[in-house]
Design a protein around this ligand. Sequence first.
Ligand SMILES: Cc1ncc(COP(=O)(O)O)c(C=O)c1O
Length: 382
Amino acid sequence: MAYATETICVQGSEERTDCYGAVSVPIYQCAAFAHPALGKSTGYDYSRVSNPTRDALQDTVAALEHGSRSLAFSTGMAAITAVMELFSPGDHIVATDDLYGGTPRLWNSISQKNGLQVSCVDTSRLEELKGAIRPNTKAIFLETPTNPMMKVTDIRAVSRIAKEHGCLVIVDNTFLSPYFQNPLDLGADVVVHSGTKYLGGHNDVLAGFAVVKEEALGDKLNTIYKTTGACLSPMDSWLVLRGIKTLALRMEQHQKNALAIAEWLKEQPLVREVYYIGLSGRPDRELIDRQCRGYGGMISFRVASEAVAVTLLESVRLIRFAESLGGVESLMTYPMRQTHAEVPEETRKALGIDETLLRMSVGIESAQDLILDLEQAFRQAG
Ligand SMILES: Cc1ncc(COP(=O)(O)O)c(C=O)c1O
């Protein structure tokens, strides 16, 4: 029986059996499993390869992303690094230009040394994307909405283009989580996540995921996974499983608060622009509503000057000035100096990531308290 997303979050994808009737998945804090006899296995031999707690988490995330298989990594970057191992020297990848800064750092410092070529373009403009495809292009890597400018790429249209050229489509779905967006349903081949963010949800654990639809691709990725070894520990697997139990509730509250804050920010005299995919009047409104079931909790906004941005960062109290997202606590980030510090200055400027841009991961506190905190911070900046 196929369960609804809310049920999968709490109970997993199928009925679980445990000899003691444990309601919460037990933590198999165990590196090795004994063999019943020569050539026999309980199904588990060594935890780098598989572990029952991690398997429960992987099954849950695969079900949430409508995939056939998911692999749980020690971090989101470990997941993206493993996915890059699907490619060979000489292969080319077309990628979104406005994305988490750690991903281009991986390409610039490691993938290129290993012979991969990457071209970054505005993937929300399909003509630009098509123009970047070469005979050796093997994948299109998307982050949508983009980070931090919140541009939206049409995953279905990109998947169609990719199929014409025999390319894989990889989507970083961290920002919306599987609660609001399922790229595999739109034609993507691989979904990656920083599980550190909405899936974990509490700013207390690092994790990453790669999810696939096609079994052969899953087998290939699993070989890379067990060989390179950046697997998620049993304890951290349990923490993410516990986080996911409330994913549906949290995402609804993140979104409710983000909508209220985005609307409030729009009215502030020191705010020049607000970037949030839930705001009405966006030219890509129809695409967003066709592709996503909700808008999430991520907002970027541009203020009048660098001095205003710095004062806000240093004046917020309830909202913390920190470099992450997707947790229950609201965080404010300075992309230029934090998440995107290593993006070349020229690229950053062209994207609009400058000293006046702030990003907020709206948590699940009272929206009124968050607005009061912003209000007092803006008073100090004004
Ligand atoms: C969208 C996105 N993808 C991937 C990552 C990398 O994840 P991790 O920090 O878990 O390695 C991040 C981290 O901030 C992110 O924001």
